[in-house]
Design a protein around this ligand. Structure first.
Ligand SMILES: Nc1ncnc2c1ncn2[C@@H]1O[C@H](COP(=O)(O)OP(=O)(O)OP(=O)(O)O)[C@@H](O)[C@H]1O
Length: 251
């Protein structure tokens, strides 16, 4: 088990939520008593109606949701044993809309490496490392050069993305892949992907899915919020509805 969450709840002020569903005390419980776990190398899809709390749940897992409470562990270690920064690096939340800061694709991808010096403490051997991350690690452990980034992009089928391109010039599909790869290169244990294939055509959605599968094959645990029909990449589907998580059978 790489990651587990127990007894997670999320309560928000009622004045910012839909009317008619508020508690008497002026709050609204989005979900409560929810538990979830995922093993290394697995992809789990999180589905559910709009507004059911999927984003709130993933941001709770990542330590980014001040309205949520729960007990979280990574490889058996309680989240309290991590600093907030360490936790957020290990449990990486990837928002739906790519935020690409930098003058070029290379700068965008290097940004996390300029913000922090990472020292990963894990024994996860992985083909993902072999295929992509080792390219970075071997050449420049904390600050990948252009050649390393080029190799990493090519390794996951992103030959179409030029390093000197301005992020503003990227297509939606390219921006989604750059955002995803940037996060993967920081080597999180768990990737929480919030509808990153929304707004993409089927071809680009499949490219994004394949990159995540590549990461999962190397040992990363991936949770994907999705509204699309199952694409065959997930090993489990979990639905959040009526404030509870429900396991769904894969078709
Ligand atoms: N910070 C907040 N304050 C108040 N209400 C919030 C806050 N964040 C989320 N909510 C409310 O919590 C509910 C769940 O929101 P959330 O974005 O988690 O749902 P979702 O399932 O991800 O929705 P969608 O599928 O439409 O993206 C919504 O009613 C939303 O308005």
């Amino acid at each position: 088990m790489v990651f587990s969450a127990k007894d997670v709840s999320c309560t928000v002020d009622s004045d910012r939520t839909a009317s008619g569903m508020d508690d008497a005390d002026g709050t609204r419980t989005i979900f409560s008593g929810s538990s979830f776990s995922i093993r290394a190398g697995r992809i789990v899809d999180l589905t559910g109606p709009s507004g059911s709390g999927k984003t709130s749940l993933l941001t709770a897992f990542a330590g980014l949701n001040p309205h949520a409470h729960g007990i979280y562990t990574l490889n058996g270690r309680d989240s309290s044993e991590f600093s907030k920064q360490q936790w957020r690096r290990e449990i990486a939340y990837l928002p739906q809309k790519p935020v690409l800061i930098g003058g070029s694709v290379a700068e965008v991808i290097r940004l996390p490496f300029t913000l922090t010096v990472r020292r990963r403490q894990t024994d996860m051997a992985s083909s993902w490392r072999t295929r992509i991350l080792s390219l970075v690690r071997d050449a420049a452990p904390t600050y990948p050069g252009d050649e390393d980034i080029r190799k990493a992009l090519d390794a996951v089928g992103c030959e179409d993305i030029g390093l000197t391109r301005s992020p503003q010039e990227l297509s939606g599909g390219q921006a989604a892949r750059v955002s995803l790869i940037r996060t993967l290169m920081t080597k999180p244990s768990v990737l929480l992907a919030d509808e990153v294939d929304a707004g993409l055509d089927d071809e680009n959605a499949e490219k994004v899915a394949r990159i995540m599968t590549c990461a999962a094959n190397g040992g990363m645990a991936v949770v994907r919020i999705r509204h699309r029909p199952p694409d065959g990449h997930a090993s489990r589907i979990v639905e959040l509805s009526d404030g509870r998580l429900h396991e769904r059978t894969l078709a």
